[in-house]
Design a protein around this ligand. Structure first.
Ligand SMILES: [Zn+2]
Length: 169
């Protein structure tokens, strides 16, 4: 993806107030220019100032869409664990995947409605797809016959399905 600026990122969030968007801390490496934009299909990070908050910024032709996510740490882990990211389909040991919950955009979200998805806990799907990061203690290695471009396309359409549910409110 192309590098984004801070204003563009803050302005992209669809499911939080302007005040909350203004308090989000940029990703680690953002200020010193070490975000590996060339290897990213979307930007995903945990807010360094609020570990229960995670952020996704997904580029699109009409501009990026930002989604605020919460990590529901208190969920009963054994029942809620999945070992596969539903976006990039990377297999992880259970702790490598987390259920993230996004408030819906607009009034629906303000009334407490949300949607959840299992994603790589570090939101680094792009790096797993490219083999730049390896799951820890991977139990299963599925053989993929798709090319990288095809797997990226599949991940981005999975992600778009999630973000469009949030945006629809
Ligand atoms: Zn993933």
């Amino acid at each position: 993806m192309l590098a984004l600026g801070e204003r563009e990122i803050r302005g992209s969030f669809v499911n939080c107030s302007k005040g909350e968007a203004s308090r989000i801390k940029m990703p680690p490496g953002f200020s010193d220019g070490s975000v590996p934009w060339d290897d990213l299909d979307f930007l995903g990070w945990t807010d360094p100032g609020a570990p229960m908050r995670a952020l996704l910024v997904v580029p699109d032709e009409g501009g990026p869409t930002g989604i605020v996510l919460r990590r529901p740490e208190a969920m009963r882990a054994s029942a809620m664990r999945s070992s596969m990211c539903r976006v990039c389909l990377t297999d992880h040991a259970a702790s490598g995947v987390s259920l993230f919950v996004a408030p819906l955009a607009g009034a629906a979200g303000r009334n407490g409605n949300s949607v959840g998805e299992y994603l790589c806990s570090d939101l680094a799907c792009s790096l797993y797809l490219r083999g730049k990061r390896q799951p820890r203690m991977r139990l299963v290695r599925r053989e993929e016959t798709l090319t990288l471009a095809e797997r990226v396309d599949r991940a981005m359409s999975n992600l778009a399905a999630f973000t469009s549910r949030v945006v629809a409110g």
